[in-house]
Design a protein around this ligand. Structure first.
Ligand SMILES: C[S@@+](CC[C@H](N)C(=O)[O-])C[C@H]1O[C@@H](n2cnc3c(N)ncnc32)[C@H](O)[C@@H]1O
Length: 456
């Protein structure tokens, strides 16, 4: 009985959420983007997903739909299907590697046969059809008629924006100028995927060797390995993949927390581990009165000079002082490292900080999958820290609607021994390193938060 009443409550969460989405879309005079049409990032209907009412409804629908499926399914089948979920990741990698999305874009909505998709390669068309069918079954691509495939809203996000012939003739530059989603997907499914299958071996490894090191038979850490000369394809792909992480976020996310505009003329922002510098470039374009200093490994700095040269040539910093920093910006940096390693870095930054320096961390803050007693937490007095949980019977963290947090967490672990932290985890990291967490900004429509710390 209880299961049926829970099922009804979940179903009504979905109905109520669809009603509120309908209201917002109708009052904005926009249709909801169709699953069957290619994704258009300039469609105002896509931007409307950032509306707080819509983003809340989306989370509720995703969480309730997944919970209904888990409630009604054959549990043995669900657990066996989950053990084979890695096929989805590797099929996505095949589709992206072979530029299937661009070939399908050129073919249009009627689609194209698997034979035509691989006409210029030695790839087996039957196998490609099976690979695309698995993806289409999960709403990535459409099988418009038997053996004929077309893009849909999900698959087309992989579009690198070039013709298939250009992509085919210059593989080295295939990600340059793209949104970064294909690079992110390939980095995740390729190096992340190969590493991930070693998790079980690594967990019981007596020397604690990480999955990445087992998979790639190397003793170097992921970044040192990535920057080796023989990985010249993977290094720029990683840089563009980081841009892809920004493409999955609201485009103004960097301006939805710490107020960069309050920094006086010529103040310095040090983009620590800034990669190609796509985040600080966004800040520099809006606030050209600020100085940006990039700090990263030599090869990343080289790539960042090319990227800034193309996008904002007059603003490239030629020097690397960090003693006068107004802000140390760390986006997706601390999560790469274990607590011990991250504390070493934070202590170095503390030693270089002025009393007025701010540490601005952009990372995901991981909630528990259970109810949290926020009043009992030592982080309860931090301004902006409170974040609501989903209401029963939904999982408090909205279940699979926030799965990216936990997928990132394990990605960081398998590659680097890194970790996505809870808010208390950040507190415990910062406090012994000489920093006090004073503000948190959770951003609507995003899992990425701004955490602001001051030197103590
Ligand atoms: C996950 S990426 C984040 C890049 C960028 N902050 C962003 O948000 O797109 C981590 C960055 O840390 C850099 N990194 C790794 N080890 C480093 C080191 N020892 N010194 C400086 N940077 C390092 C990597 O090259 C990479 O660009």
């Amino acid at each position: 009985m209880q299961s049926i009443s829970t099922l009804r409550r979940l179903a009504s969460i979905i109905t109520d959420s669809v009603d509120s989405m309908e209201r917002v879309y109708a009052s904005s005079g926009m249709p909801l983007p169709s699953l069957d049409e290619p994704f258009n990032q300039h469609d105002p209907g896509e931007a409307l997903r950032q509306d707080p009412e819509v983003s809340n409804a989306v989370k509720n629908i995703m969480a309730a739909a997944a919970q209904i499926s888990a409630t009604v399914c054959d549990p043995m089948r669900l657990v066996v299907d989950t053990s084979r979920a890695f096929h989805l990741s590797s099929c996505l990698l095949v589709a992206s590697n072979l530029d299937v999305v661009e070939i399908l874009r050129e073919a249009g909505p009627k689609g194209v046969t698997a034979e035509d998709i691989v006409a210029h390669s030695h790839v087996n068309p039957n196998l490609i059809a099976r690979i695309l069918r698995l993806l289409a079954t999960h709403h990535i691509f459409r099988e418009v008629s038997p053996g004929v495939f077309a893009n849909n809203r999900i698959s087309s996000t992989l579009d690198k924006g070039k013709s298939s012939s250009v992509l085919n003739s210059n593989r080295a530059d295939r990600f340059i100028g793209s949104s970064g989603i294909a690079a992110l997907v390939e980095q995740s499914a390729d190096i992340g995927g190969k590493s991930g299958v070693y998790l079980a071996d690594s967990v019981v490894n007596p020397d604690g060797v990480l999955p990445f090191n087992l998979a790639y038979r190397t003793e170097e850490d992921f970044f040192a390995w990535l920057h080796q000369a023989e990985n010249s394809y993977n290094t720029p792909r990683f840089g563009v993949a980081m841009q892809g992480t920004a493409a999955t976020e609201p485009s103004d996310l960097i301006f939805r927390g710490f107020d960069w505009g309050l920094l006086p003329q010529n103040e310095t922002i040090v983009d620590v581990g800034g990669g190609i510098g796509h985040v600080s470039l966004t800040i520099a374009k809006k606030y050209p009165h600020l100085r940006i200093v990039m700090q990263d490994l030599a090869r990343s700095i080289e790539l960042s000079k090319g990227y800034w040269g193309d996008n904002f040539p007059e603003h490239i910093s030629k020097q690397m002082p960090i003693k006068d920093a107004a802000v140390f910006l760390l986006r997706y940096v601390l999560h790469n490292w274990s607590d011990n390693q991250a504390q070493v870095m934070l202590r170095h930054l503390r030693a270089a900080a002025l009393p007025t320096t701010r540490l601005v961390i952009l990372e995901k803050i991981v909630p528990f999958a259970s109810v949290e007693d926020s009043e009992a937490s030592r982080t309860k007095d931090i301004a902006g820290a409170f974040r609501p949980s989903a209401k029963y019977p939904l999982l408090p963290n909205w279940g699979p609607a926030t799965a990216d947090l936990y997928l990132y967490d394990l990605t960081m672990h398998v590659l680097l021994g890194g970790v996505e932290r809870t808010l208390e985890g950040f507190w415990d990291l910062l406090e012994p390193s000489g920093w006090k967490l004073v503000e948190v900004h959770h951003c609507a429509g995003s899992q990425l938060s701004h955490l602001v710390a001051i030197p103590v």
